[in-house]
Design a protein around this ligand. Structure first.
Ligand SMILES: C[S@@+](CC[C@H](N)C(=O)[O-])C[C@H]1O[C@@H](n2cnc3c(N)ncnc32)[C@H](O)[C@@H]1O
Length: 226
């Protein structure tokens, strides 16, 4: 197995677990933390101008924490993930936090692998890929994922990655260097490196939305397709 397949399979299998899904829903499906609120605000800003009724894919959706916000904006929403336990936790969350009937009629959950989806070309107006690419140290993995998401997206792709220009990314590098460890997960990369990834898939930058500029590495990009 190549190193890029390692990270791809490891990431896929790590979350494919009931205990991990339980823990994730408790930590992430809440707006009580400022980090979660900031992430939501970035994604909300990235969706500005997208018409009511647009088809939006959230892949990977994890425990479905974006669904209510996307439905509130009037979109037709598909929440997709490889992990059945994560999807089950998302469905359980919306049983405990019910949506109104009209919103629920615009929501669908499906199991999909981000690198090999079964969707048609241009199936969605917008695709959101939140908190996945930083798990992939190899450009080839990131590019395979971005290429597949660009294929199924008509208007804009919203992706998060970890930008190395941030205080906590610097601390991460120092800590690993002191320990003599080469990190294989949660990898901050340079803006220029990520630009090469998405440009190689025919995507172009429309907007950059850092979660906390210079402090947190987590950064959202709105990428134009075609
Ligand atoms: C860090 S979580 C992010 C979930 C969600 N986007 C969020 O921000 O809450 C990573 C997610 O990626 C999913 N995942 C990992 N590999 C995948 C793959 N190959 N295809 C689809 N989903 C995958 C996991 O099951 C998990 O739900």
């Amino acid at each position: 197995m190549t190193p890029e397949q390692d990270a791809y399979i490891d990431t896929r299998e790590r979350f494919n677990d009931e205990a991990v899904a339980r823990d994730y829903v408790a930590k992430k499906n809440t707006l009580a933390t400022s980090k979660n609120r900031r992430e939501m605000a970035c994604i909300g800003a990235a969706l500005e101008g997208l018409a009511v009724g647009s088809r939006v894919l959230d892949l990977p959706c994890g425990t479905g924490r974006l669904a209510a916000m996307l439905l509130k904006r009037g979109f037709e929403v598909v929440e997709a993930d490889y992990s059945a336990p994560m999807i089950d936790a998302a469905k359980a969350w919306y049983l405990d936090h019910p949506l109104d009937g009209e919103s629920a009629s615009r929501l669908r959950f499906v199991r999909q692998d981000v690198m090999h989806t079964t969707f048609d070309d241009d199936a969605f107006d917008a695709v959101i890929c939140n908190r996945l690419l930083h798990h992939y140290p190899e450009p080839a993995t990131r590019r395979a994922v971005l290429g597949e998401l660009a294929r199924i997206c008509r208007d804009r792709l919203i992706v998060s990655y970890y930008d190395s220009f941030a205080l906590s990314a610097l601390k991460f590098r120092l800590r690993n260097r002191l320990r003599g460890v080469t990190p294989t997960d949660r990898i901050p990369i340079a803006t220029s490196e990520f630009r090469r990834d998405y440009e190689s898939c025919g995507l172009r930058l429309l907007r950059t939305l850092p979660v906390r500029y210079g402090i947190s590495p987590q950064t959202y990009l709105v990428l134009g397709v075609g």
